[in-house]
Design a protein around this ligand. Sequence first.
Ligand SMILES: [Zn+2]
Length: 399
Amino acid sequence: MTLAWQGWEAPVSRERNEFDLLVHSGRVIDPASGRDAITDVAVTDGKIAAVGSHIERSKAAQVIDATGLIVAPGLVDLHVHAYHGVNAYGMDVDPLCQATGVTTAVDAGSSGPVNFEGFRDFVVRHTRTRLYGFVAVAQHGVTRDPGDLVHPDLADAEGAARVVRENPEIAVGIKIRLASDKVATDGEDALALGLQAAALCGRPLMVHIGETPLRLEKIVRALRPGDIITHCFTPLAPSVTRRSGELRDGMLEAQERGVIFDVAHAGGHFGFDVVKNALAGGLVPNSISTDIHGRTDALARGFLITDVMIKFMALGLGISEVIRLTTSAPAAIISQEDKIGSVTVGRSADLAVLAIEHGRFTFTDTVGKNLESDARLSARWTIRAGEVHDARLNAPNAC
Ligand SMILES: [Zn+2]
């Protein structure tokens, strides 16, 4: 493997250098601080050592020339499935994260009270991407067939709450799925268990929607500020918009009250018509996430995080906004905004170096509708605690 990447200068002796790494002359967009300027970011010992213009290249052992590129905080993907080898949806998220600028990922309930410990010890501790996790009320995490809460006696709200309380450094909330093949009846009992667990541990509840037997209006009314609707733009009924295109009653009010609407695109949960109508009605998502998992090829199906970001740009959101929705916003949703999601001196050097390529591109949603875009977004480098991953080298070989 060659190190002769464009824009990469070979490392020289460490002793002579003030910094380990310099990301030079990129457009640093850091919504948390409001910074949007061409500037430099220097890294030492895995932490951000300096942000500012005209840091001399000779002061750094390694230099990434980010001229013409965007330097964002490392992206935070609020919805992934990382418990590979154990959970039916699991995947090793490192290759895709390193290929897309994602330095933090949040597992959406792959483990429950019975097997969270394995997730923590065998996955979180061995994954280069920083991982957090929602803990399922279902004892063994979200399951495929039979669905996780089809047998309610397998639920353990108190156990899930206990696990979250005992693992505050990793566990960030509770997860339930309100899909007709995942719950026993109409999902009302599952929602009650989720709310009970979330109240017991004092953390947010993440609720999957899509093919949900319970009325959405009822669900959002039951949620507390900080609780999360994931797959918020699913075209699978009931959607947040009615067939007429109007937002359902209570969606905007819920968001104003602090209920979080998270995208989680996946292979089945993103309809351009739903998004357009929701945006037109004033419902901008609170976070942009992917739902990458081991059963669908996110690259081939066009829902890498950079794809989902550019889809929102094609639908009218600006670059700073989509970066906010993939950095400081999800960081705050999991109460980690003091640690991740911003380019700040002293913090872990988690950075995404992104490229916007102009041209004519077509993106597809999960019901086969196309959307034209005059740009495409991709990651060039993913930097996690100062460790540099060439996003192109790590990109999977599909397509
Ligand atoms: Zn998921």
